[in-house]
Design a protein around this ligand. Structure first.
Ligand code: A2H
Length: 256
């Protein structure tokens, strides 16, 4: 990992309404008064944020709320908070005061604002079994039009809402086209899921293949179908969308 530095965009999804399982804990936690709390998702594809339909946490992973400065706190894994503190993302270098802690499963159903998303009323936090605690922030924003992993997971969640203890409609927000590619049309992830006959988020090898194909085609051949950079090549739009979000205080550079 150390030999392959990865530059992520940290996307700030403000918490609009806490889920049932954490509401009371949050209300009685000292130190949160007056702070805006953001779930922080790590992405390599900020230009896809228009298509967010939910946001994933690993149900068995540990998360915390960490105070960034006098106005904001971030919800992510302790590992990511530590890295951010050393990257001067927090106000005091190297310090990342933890105000609360939860398992990912407790966060399910929380409503967050997804920057740039067509879903302006917010999106829900949902479980994804394959989220790694050792990568990014442990929070993954869901773009099912362009990420095969995300598409496979929302499809599975909508099939078994009782099993996952979620409301079906949380996993069924409309998926809109955001990027057009010559080989896979205007929604590369559902196209590849069908083409490679992937039936479950557990089809690891096929999903890895789909992810690689979607990523290459989307990044090198993709054209934006939505937003301020509509009709622009994805390669050119990516840094522009990132700067736009950073300018609005809704994103930052996060390295690991
Ligand atoms: B990407 P790399 Cl539309 N566990 O964002 C599992 N996956 C994680 C993660 C974690 N802890 N942290 C981030 N990720 C996902 C958007 C996206 C992404 C699209 C298409 C492809 C894609 C929306 N989800 O990634 O292992 C995040 O999903 C495929 C490359 O560091 C992040 O970008 O190379 C990507 O994996 C980081 O992958």
């Amino acid at each position: 990992e150390a030999l392959n530095p990865q530059e992520y965009t940290g996307i700030k999804l403000e918490v609009l309404e806490w889920g049932q399982d954490v509401k009371d804990v949050i209300a009685s936690t000292k130190g949160l008064e007056g702070l805006k709390i953001y779930m922080v998702a790590a992405t390599l594809r900020p230009e896809t944020m228009y298509g967010q339909t939910c946001c994933f946490v690993g149900p068995k992973i540990d998360y915390g709320i960490f105070k960034v400065n006098d106005k904001e706190a971030y919800l992510c894994t302790p590992r990511a908070a530590r890295n951010m503190a050393f990257q001067r993302i927090f106000s005091e270098d190297g310090k990342f005061p933890q105000l609360a802690s939860f398992q990912g499963s407790a966060l399910i159903g929380t409503l967050v604002n997804a920057p740039l998303s067509v879903h302006k009323d917010g999106v829900r936090i949902l479980p994804m079994e394959t989220v790694l605690a050792t990568k990014g922030t442990g929070v993954v924003t869901c773009v099912p039009s362009d990420s095969p992993d995300d598409y496979a997971t929302v499809t599975d969640l909508a099939k078994k809402p009782e099993y996952y203890k979620i409301q079906k409609e949380w996993a069924e927000l409309e998926i809109v086209p955001i990027i057009k590619t010559p080989s896979y049309g205007d929604m590369s992830a559902p196209f590849l899921i069908k083409e490679l006959k992937i039936n479950s988020p557990k089809d690891k090898d096929a999903l890895a293949k789909a992810k690689e194909l979607a990523y290459k085609e989307g990044f090198y051949q993709g054209i934006m179908l939505i937003g301020d950079y509509k009709d622009m090549e994805v390669q050119k739009a990516k840094p522009l969308v990132r700067e736009k979000l950073m300018g609005q205080g809704l994103a930052f550079v996060y390295n690991e």
